[in-house]
Ligand binder design. Structure first.
Ligand SMILES: [Zn+2]
Length: 271
């Protein structure tokens, strides 16, 4: 089922502002790890009548506003019943009496371990128990292999994507069989970097708190009250590959004057 998508190994400009900057930042990719595709990123698409993105967060950080990437608003059902399930989960796992995501402090990068957006959407929409509990899993964003960014959940709602961090983390899934797939897929990588940097600026999240799911246990923000969940994590986005992703992200952040913040201080998970 593995299907690695890739560009056509050409590096050229002519894309949008953010993509131009991505191109310049990742220029080394033309001779190094990744060659950028000539494929244009997806054009802007309606995000629907509901505003899925924050309007209150002040983009005060950075010298230049990071352009909001094109985002397709494609919400999964999140009715009152699912909010109540999220509330019960937050009470049990975090001791919090809310289903709201307030001023998120972490961005978690994932990959889907498949090669199609449709089944991912259906899985997140289904709201079926995971690890024996509701609500079902979800992610705020899913980036398809062609670089299309879908937003499935409003950023003011907790979404169950990373044990120990759902109370404060935005989840970004990327369609692909591995993190190497995404690092080798220029349009998808560019979309992921653009989206992540935009979120970093919107919420003033430092680089060190942009992590892979597999790094969740050593995040200083990791909190889990249920002992059987305390050491639970997934293999998606290894530390090694996140170091590559963060290096690209740091270069892009520097281009926009977005502060990187202090060095990472991973904690001992005890797991
Ligand atoms: Zn994951």
């Amino acid at each position: 089922m593995s299907q690695q998508t890739s560009g056509n190994n050409r590096c050229l400009s002519g894309l949008g502002m953010a993509s131009l900057l991505i191109l310049s930042v990742l220029a080394s990719g033309c001779t190094g790890r990744t060659a950028l595709s000539a494929t244009s990123p997806p054009t802007a698409t309606s995000v629907g009548t509901t505003n899925p993105t924050p309007t209150s967060a002040s983009p005060s950080v950075g010298d230049v506003l990071v352009p909001r990437p094109a985002i397709v608003w494609k919400p999964i059902p999140f009715p009152q019943s699912r909010k109540q399930e999220m509330l019960a989960y937050a009470q049990e796992h975090y001791g919090l009496d809310t289903f709201s995501l307030v001023q998120p402090q972490v961005i978690v990068e994932h990959f889907t371990a498949n090669d199609e957006f449709g089944p991912v959407f259906n899985t997140f929409a289904a709201d079926v128990p995971h690890l024996g509990e509701l609500p079902g899993t979800c992610a705020h964003f899913v980036i398809d292999s062609d670089g299309t960014i879908y937003q499935l959940v409003s950023l003011d709602l907790m979404c169950r994507h990373t044990v120990g961090l759902n109370y404060t983390a935005i989840g970004i899934e990327m369609v692909g069989e591995s993190d190497q797939d995404i690092l080798g897929n220029p349009p998808q990588l560019a979309a992921a970097l653009n989206l992540t940097l935009w979120l970093m600026q919107q919420f003033e999240i430092p680089l060190r708190d942009v992590i892979g799911h597999n790094e969740s246990l050593t995040s200083p923000f990791h909190q889990e009250l249920v002992p059987s969940f305390r050491c639970q994590t997934h293999q998606d986005w290894s530390h090694e590959d996140m170091e590559v992703f963060r290096e690209d992200l740091a270069q892009l952040a520097t281009t926009f004057g977005v502060p990187l913040g202090p060095a990472a201080t991973p904690v001992d998970s005890g797991c």
